[in-house]
Design a protein around this ligand. Structure first.
Ligand code: SAH
Length: 453
């Protein structure tokens, strides 16, 4: 199996620096499943090609692949095709290039360069269409040749293997990361056990491109060997990742803190001793609530088990005293299904949650909270869309977060909140949160609902 990387701008031998491999030397590396060799078939000022030759020890496969027909361990395609073996080899042989280190020439790391990668045999389950869907959105031009099953017997037809050449003006480390993730995805196979650290690896190697890739679901699914829970975790974390056009992080953070302080103030004033944090996420409000002795019973609810785990970590649930522990419950649940455990509380906070619900679920959410759970006080916050024009980096018409299903203008929020109050016997007061603009209002809007009796 051969991977050839070519740089075609002078001085092309910069490729040697980028890969930390000298063009004049053949270097060999021992891997658990065989050897990798790096050498340069050409190294001129105009064009320089580094080849990674992977020599897989067929007997090493015996240990890694149980099942199959008796000789499968010895007679299979693995030694000859681009697969997860190649990804592992690339990661190990080119580790500094992956990490964006380039001794002596750090400026090369971020340079957009005319690069090409050529692979002699890529098993593509999904064929040409999938090859294109995976690489073209990343800006590559593809040259594809389908390999015959056996050149001496053309009548046997085509194989599922392709000779692939991809070209782009890109950074070397991006090219490496794309191949690292996408080759095993094309192959739809992994030679090792896939667990939750694969999610970390995928997010790390996918940083900066996977989030926006139109095939991210298929990529995550195949990369994680079709394990639904790992795929969902990955996609959720990609969504959480702030889109690039986000307002500056510290500004968002400050607003978030302010919002939590305002919500806390309302909850304290209400005199509540039992509180719900609905859509508690990673537990930042819960952390504040726990510090107030007046709140004796605190329940955080969220639909994401991943975020609840983070909340447990943030709150150091494991190390909490017995007495503190009794005050707090983390509950996995959805706010669009009735949950009797949420009934009978003095107050509830719903901070930046409604905009994550599909609009057609809003009426279910409304009934769950205001008709069934029915706390004495409900504090609810949501972004004010009118204000978005004032986020300098936010393109017109965009929402603030990739997972927001909608954002309400002040008029829309007032109409919804008024309707809810009227339908369920509450009084509602609307308040701005954050510095108010004369025309566009405050960045966040808050509704404080108080039950009539
Ligand atoms: N209140 C937190 C988190 C806001 S982000 C804070 O202010 O920091 C929105 C949260 O709503 C996420 O944690 C998400 O998992 C949760 N969420 C979205 N839909 C939900 C649903 N149907 N039921 C419960 N929680 C939901």
């Amino acid at each position: 199996m051969l991977l050839a990387l070519t740089l075609s701008r002078p001085p092309a031998t910069d490729l040697g620096y980028l890969l930390s491999k000298h063009p004049a030397r053949l270097q060999s590396f021992e891997l658990s499943f065989g050897q990798a060799h790096v050498f340069y078939p050409e190294a001129t000022c105009e064009r320089c090609t580094a080849a990674l030759l992977l020599d897989i020890e067929p007997t090493s496969l015996v240990r890694t692949k149980p099942g199959g027909f008796p000789l499968e361990h010895y007679v299979n395609d693995r030694p000859y095709v681009a697969s997860s073996f190649l990804s592992v080899a690339m990661g190990s042989v080119f580790s500094s290039a992956f990490a964006g280190r380039c001794g002596g020439h750090p400026e090369l790391v971020d340079q957009m360069l005319p690069l090409q990668a050529e692979l002699t045999s890529v098993p593509a389950r999904g064929g040409e269409s999938l090859l294109r869907r995976l690489f073209e959105p990343l800006g590559y031009e593809l040259e594809l040749t389908r390999l015959a099953l056996d050149e001496s017997f053309p009548e046997w037809g085509d194989s599922p293997y392709w000779h692939l050449r991809i070209k782009a003006e890109t950074r070397l480390r991006d090219l490496l990361a794309h191949l690292y993730v996408l080759l095993p995805v094309l192959d739809d196979e992994k030679h090792y056990y896939v667990g939750s650290d694969e999610v970390e690896k995928l997010l790390r190697r996918g940083a900066g491109w996977l989030k926006e890739h139109p095939e991210r679901e298929l990529i995550a699914s195949r990369y994680l060997k079709h394990q639904g829970s790992l795929r969902r975790e990955t996609l959720a974390r990609l969504r959480e990742d702030l889109p690039d056009e986000q307002p500056p992080t510290e500004k968002v953070e400050r607003l978030h803190d302010l919002r939590l302080q305002e919500v806390l103030a309302v909850l304290k004033e209400s005199g509540a001793s039992s509180v719900l944090d609905l859509g508690c996420g990673e537990g930042r409000l819960l952390q504040l609530l726990l510090k107030e002795k007046s709140f004796q019973r605190i329940v955080g609810v969220d639909v994401s088990s991943l975020l609840l785990e983070r909340a447990a970590e943030r709150l150091r649930l494991e190390r909490m005293s017995e007495r503190q522990r009794r005050r707090l419950t983390l509950r996995l649940g959805s706010l669009v299904y009735r949950d009797r455990a949420l009934e009978g509380f003095d107050a509830a906070a719903v901070v930046e949650v409604v905009e994550h619900l599909d609009p057609h679920r809003l009426s279910a959410f409304e009934r769950c909270v205001f008709e069934f759970a029915r706390p004495g006080t409900v504090v609810l916050t949501t972004p004010n869309r009118d204000y978005n024009v004032l986020w300098p980096a936010l393109p017109a018409g965009k929402v603030r977060h990739g997972d927001h299903r909608f954002e309400w203008s002040r008029t829309e929020f007032a109409a919804w909140a008024g309707g809810v109050a009227e339908r369920h016997g509450y009084q509602v007061e609307l308040r701005p949160v954050g510095a108010e603009d004369l025309v566009h209002g405050a960045p966040t809007q808050m509704g404080v609902f108080r039950r009539d009796h």
